[in-house]
Design a protein around this ligand. Structure first.
Ligand code: ZN
Length: 221
């Protein structure tokens, strides 16, 4: 069941090491099927190179295994808390990508200083309070810090991104890490200035209208 979603979730998990966002078996992507509400997630402890669509695990919203021979990711409970709280979310990515996580290590948000990421997020990247890893507490910390948005850092842990698909969540994780790296480098040379919220709102709305093929079509007509 859910073969297309398993392929997508597998592919997006494989994007994480290719983009340098994860090492070993750390980090994970999941996707939610809009029809059944089931979640497809990476298996626990399997190195990225070994992942196949067939090794993905299907769980229901309460974490019961619906299909799959392996144990689901240790972070499954965190993903489920987010999915339960956010009916708009159909994909989640979690990484410990180094530049973004260096902000999380300091308990600091990534300030909204670069349009490529504020276009996508519509705000800075907030950082949560400290939360116990792999449990309900981390999911709740993400939900609270994200406040309906697409991303949050968890203090002393890493990055969670949320999208309307597994592909969008993984893509946000990549752009977020690039923005974190560039912002970090800029901060080494002095203070950085956040963009005004009204300009962020303008860019965010423009991006939503125009990005991607549906947006490009709109421009042509
Ligand atoms: Zn983690």
């Amino acid at each position: 069941m859910l073969e297309a979603l398993k392929r997508e979730v597998c592919e997006q998990n494989l994007e994480l090491p290719q983009a340098g966002l994860v090492v070993g078996s750390g980090g994970n992507v999941s996707g939610r099927d809009p029809d059944t509400g089931h979640i497809v997630i990476k298996p626990s402890g399997l190195k990225f190179a070994k992942l196949t669509p067939a090794s993905m695990v299907v769980v229901d919203i309460d974490g019961r295994i619906v299909e799959g021979d392996l144990k689901p990711s240790v972070d499954t409970g965190v993903h489920l808390v987010i999915y339960r709280a956010r009916p708009d979310v159909f994909g989640i990515a979690h990484t410990h990508s180094p530049y973004a996580t260096s902000f999380a290590a300091r308990g600091e948000p990534i300030p909204a200083v670069l349009t490529p990421i504020t276009h996508i997020l519509g705000r800075d990247v907030p950082c949560s309070r400290y939360a116990t890893p792999g449990e309900q507490d981390t999911g709740q910390a993400v939900v609270d810090a994200a406040a309906g948005g697409h991303a949050a850092l968890v203090k002393a842990h890493g990055v969670f991104t949320m999208g309307k698909s597994a592909t969008e969540a993984a893509s946000i994780a990549m752009y977020l890490e690039e923005a974190a790296k560039t912002t970090h480098l800029a901060m080494l040379r002095g203070p950085v200035e956040s963009l005004p919220q009204e300009e962020i709102d303008r860019c965010y709305n423009w991006f939503r209208r125009n990005y991607g093929q549906s947006g490009a079509k709109k421009i042509e007509t």
